[in-house]
Write a protein that binds this ligand. Structure first.
Ligand code: NAD
Length: 501
């Protein structure tokens, strides 16, 4: 294990002051500047693909192929989407206006917030660092990057590469452990985006409150996966196994546990076992495609959960190798340790419920998850699950794929997070939406009703200008419109010589 390269915590205030000074010069605002930095990040991912994949391998023993799928493609997609759409995103957004404002120019102008801090976790050390940074750059901000100290190799590499590829005046890396994180949190930022556990999320929010700094919190939680008998169980098992055991279960969006009825359980267990054999062979320990637990602390935490329920697949572990086999557990009870917190490791418990209501009650008995998965072809079941529960996202008949859809916001709700990014949502997260109202003195006759001395007549006019009328039911408006069109057509035809009477 390489030693972590850290900045001196006492150097952090100066780093932030330097970034603010650079922001105040207006350097990061022009579109061309933003585009250039985004392209530099893209170039970094292309030119340093091997070095980055190796660093991730050294942190997580994750194969280059899995990192291509799990980190590089989605991060490149985020960068390219920003590059392709920046022109559109930066344009003023003209809004609906009343008759009284017809000659005024009314629009929303997105402007950069200033100094943004990105604090990231270790499990996808490129995705959760570079994707928020891309959004912050696109929005015209300067950025302080605080990568996770747990993924040491990737953190060290980012310390080396970021100053080579991005403008060092405007983008700095404050790598380090908790003392560095604490020094960072003492500083005043214009926005903090944090990816990590809910426990530390509270620390981040408290520190941000001191400066009234807005936060985006990207956290995890126990994302449930409901499977019913209408689903294609073979495909469900394969997809669930892929999403769960990818990165050895250390994926914030992984299905944390499965909920199903007794009648579905055996078939599902069989299909997950088949999929795991297909993916990783008879002995996953020897598979190049199977990652390891990040460190001893997390290994001990996850290994402890192996004693719950009945192990029907896997269960083997080796501390020296940080290996925990892809494991499937049935017969778990609600008060088992494995059902308390997010597992964040390669163990999948299956909880049996009597029916859909039982599943919904179970989900609602826990904190709001990052995502709710359902495998079912029954539309009514999909609707009930979606409307009677709350989660950051809702994905039916697959897992993880929603993350790649950049026209969807990515974020949690309640304990799983607040705020979102990806595509335009990220650009908006790091932009202030400035409300712009541009008028002229021509409107003075109309606007003079507001001036003292007040009169009943002027108040009446003001009321009619300010208070909108309640909209009539749409079918009434439609009927009026249809009558109007019919009369106009009739008149038109009459002028052309047709007569109806
Ligand atoms: P972590 O230990 O790397 O911590 C995250 C960041 O917080 C790091 O940069 C770390 O230095 C900093 N930190 C840790 N302790 C701190 C403290 N006391 N004060 C200030 N800063 C501190 O990562 P983690 O928390 O183990 O991450 C795993 C969690 O992240 C899981 O819950 C997972 O679900 C979640 N996650 C969420 C997403 C998402 O996008 N929603 C993505 C990845 C991971």
């Amino acid at each position: 294990m390489a030693a972590l390269e850290e900045v001196d915590p006492s150097a952090v205030p100066e780093m932030v002051a330097k970034l603010r000074k650079a922001f105040n010069t207006g350097k990061t605002r022009p579109k061309q500047y933003r585009l250039h930095q985004l392209k530099c990040l893209l170039r970094m991912l292309e030119e340093k693909e091997d070095e980055i994949a190796t660093a991730i391998y050294n942190d997580l023993r994750r194969s280059k192929e899995e990192s291509m799928l799990g980190e590089f493609f989605s991060t490149k997609a985020e960068l390219v989407t920003a590059i392709n759409n920046l022109d559109e995103w930066m344009k003023p957004e003209y809004v609906k206006k009343d008759m009284t404002d017809m000659i005024n120019s009314i629009y929303i102008q997105r402007e950069p917030l200033g100094v943004v801090c990105v604090i990231s976790s270790w499990n996808y050390p490129i995705v959760v660092l570079i994707q928020p940074v891309a959004a912050a750059i696109a929005a015209g901000n300067v950025v302080l990057l605080k990568p996770s100290d747990v993924s040491t190799h990737t953190s060290n590499l980012m310390m080396e590469l970021i100053p080579q590829y991005l403008d060092p005046e405007c983008y700095s890396v404050a790598a380090g452990g908790i003392p560095v994180a604490q020094a960072v949190l003492k500083e005043k930022f214009d926005h903090i985006i944090y990816t990590g556990s809910s426990g530390v999320g509270k620390i981040i929010m408290k520190a941000a409150a001191e400066h009234l700094t807005p936060v985006t919190l990207e956290m995890g939680g126990k994302s449930p996966c409901y499977v019913d008998s209408s689903a294609n169980i073979k495909v469900a098992g394969k997809r669930i196994a892929w999403g769960k055991y990818l990165n050895a279960g250390q994926t914030c969006l992984a299905p944390d546990y499965v909920l199903c009825q007794k009648s579905v359980k055996d078939d599902l267990v069989a299909s997950i076992k088949t999929a795991v054999k297909e993916f990783y062979g008879e002995d996953p320990r020897t598979s190049k495609s199977y990652a390891r637990v990040i460190n001893e602390r997390h290994f001990t935490r996850v290994e402890r959960l192996l004693k719950d329920g009945v192990t029907v697949m896997g269960g083997e572990s080796d501390k020296d190798d940080l290996y925990i086999a892809p494991t499937l557990i049935t017969d778990v009870k609600n008060d088992d340790a494995i059902m308390e917190d997010e597992i964040f490791g390669p163990i999948l418990p299956i909880v049996t419920v009597d029916d859909l209501d039982g599943a919904i009650d179970y989900i609602n008995g826990k904190e709001k998850p990052l995502v709710l998965y359902a495998f079912t072809t029954n539309k009514q079941v999909q609707k009930l699950l979606s409307t009677r529960t709350s989660s950051g996202g809702f994905t039916v008949n697959d897992v993880l794929v929603q993350f790649g859809v950049l026209t969807l916001p990515f974020g949690g709700v309640g304990n799983s997070g607040q705020g979102a990014y990806h595509g335009k949502f990220g650009f908006d997260t790091f932009s202030h939406k400035k409300a712009c109202y541009i008028t002229t003195s021509i409107t003075e006759p109309l606007m003079s009703v507001r001036y003292p001395p007040f009169t009943t007549r002027n108040l009446k006019i003001a009321s009619s200008l300010i208070v909108p009328k309640i909209k009539r039911r749409s079918y009434f408006r439609k009927a009026v419109m249809l009558c109007f069109i019919a009369v106009m057509v009739a008149f038109g035809l009459r002028r052309l010589g047709y007569s109806f009477f």
